[in-house]
Design a protein around this ligand. Sequence first.
Ligand SMILES: Nc1ncnc2c1ncn2[C@@H]1O[C@H](COP(=O)(O)OP(=O)(O)OP(=O)(O)O)[C@@H](O)[C@H]1O
Ligand SMILES: [Mg+2]
Length: 606
Amino acid sequence: MRGRVEAPHSNRRDLRNLRKLSTYLWEYRGRVILALACLVIAKLMVVAVPLLLKEIVNTLDAGTADTATNTGSSVLLVSLGLVAAYGLLRLGNSFFKELRDALFAKVRYRAMHRLSTSVLTHLHSLSLSYHLERRTGSVSKDLSRSTSSLSSIVNLLVFNIVPTIAEFLLVAAILLGGYGWHYTLVVVLTVVVYILFTLKFSGWRMQFRHEMNRFDSLANGQAVDSLLNYETVKYFNNERLEQSAYNQHLSDWADAGVKSQVTMSMLNFGQAALVAVGVTIIMMLAANDVANGTITLGDIVLINALMLQLFVPLNLLGVVYRGLQYALADMDLVIKLLELNPEIQDKPDAVDLDVKNARVEFDNVRFAYLSERPILKGVSFTVEPGKKVAVVGPSGSGKSTLSRLLFRFYDVDEGSIRVDGVDVRDCTQSSLRQVLGVVPQDTVMFNDTIRYNLAYAKSDATDEEVHAAAKAANLDKFIESLPQGYDTMVGERGLKLSGGEKQRMAIARVILKNPAIIVFDEATSSLDTQSEQTILEGLNAAAKIATSLVIAHRLSTITDADEILVLDAGEVVERGTHDELLQKLGLYASLWALQQRANKDKEVDE
Ligand SMILES: Nc1ncnc2c1ncn2[C@@H]1O[C@H](COP(=O)(O)OP(=O)(O)OP(=O)(O)O)[C@@H](O)[C@H]1O
Ligand SMILES: [Mg+2]
């Protein structure tokens, strides 16, 4: 998948997603309820302000009319009291608003924390095949998306939409109670038309935002990929190619951005026009009534203040609604991700593997990554406890696949793989991987120190154990030669180490883990003959107690294997000990002859 494509999602899904989200919030229901109470109090105070304003105006108005009767000072006193109350209401309103936010902060951040944790846990539980198809950039977006969308949804819904609805209902009630239905009708009509216009128009212009998002993630994915492959880009002199692809995506993004901005301006202007019409009509009604003497001067102040107040949050409705739509779309992606079932799952009755005899059996294993292209076509072999079986064969014949299947990164299509007699599908993945160790074909390191990367095999390893493992893997001299020794950073993915150094790190790790079964996938392919000899000793020391499956390129490293399998195009074409295979004069014998000759040539050259 190249980047993110926003799928249309239904309102029903949104509701279901919201219900799911509310379980994250409901954990702190005490706080939620308190925060909602603050919200209601704050809103009541907001609406009370114009009411008070009306009283002030009316008192002052009456006061100016009554000056002749000398009640001026008492009027002043009453209105001063009202003004003070007005000030207090404003203060109280902002106090409760801030209190609400402060109370809700914990609910919100804890929920974000929990959601992100479960997204990461879930990403870890998804199968290798899922991750091979994803881009690193888009996976890291999944994580940030989960926190940002939850935060926006809570913000917009709890702090914007619900309070606005509450305020609207209060205003409608005041108008209906105090001034009659025609005021209410104008307000309700204006608000309804406003909302419908906003929703329709916003819905239409969402497409430009989607386009923007799509091109944005294409461009980002492209840039991240080209930087991850920095060396490859340089080898092939393809900077231009990478830049022009990026440039194209960004230019499409900019076009969509312009359309998005223009339609946004149209929307904003339409909204402003509707508000202007509504407020004008109301004020005309009020002016008329004041002239008739049916309502007071204070009333017109009240109505005006209520209207202006009501449309302030409504003005933001467009932004809020759009924000909510994006956040819901994002949340939908996050929840879809959480609902994705890992292809490889522990059975409900999976047992914990308790290995006594570390026998590994491949029983007529058939496997294909893609059903049209079988990779293993009925492979059978047994590695007896403590023995060493080697697999050789041409590139692409399926050797590393054997190791991936043993680790259960994929499930076999037919046949079975057993460890100590237990099918790997019947035990828990974690207990299986606990007894397995691997020196992989390509070792990748964490961007941390050498010590961290070594101790990764055993989190409670002491320094002595780490040093001993490094020594056994012939790494000690190299590490001592580094100015920062074990604290040297290895660079992203371990790029600051040479191939052979990385391989020795991997060997040291396995020695530290000390598993019952070890897979060596071309463990010494990047080493020169001399260090290979030294390491072979370490390897053999590690392998002596362990059952080992050795995938080898250089046949000289496996002459002592208990059995050698020659794998060709997914089938075992020859098997036996080194001597038996030499006598057969088959594929193995010819490979051996070839390598021996190459070695001789090398010696002559040197
Ligand atoms: N995830 C995957 N999806 C599809 N095909 C794959 C996948 N991984 C490997 N393959 C294919 O499966 C075949 C066997 O791969 P495998 O890595 O087992 O080869 P190998 O024998 O270890 O080769 P080499 O000696 O080069 O390491 C290859 O042709 C490879 O292209
Ligand atoms: Mg391989």
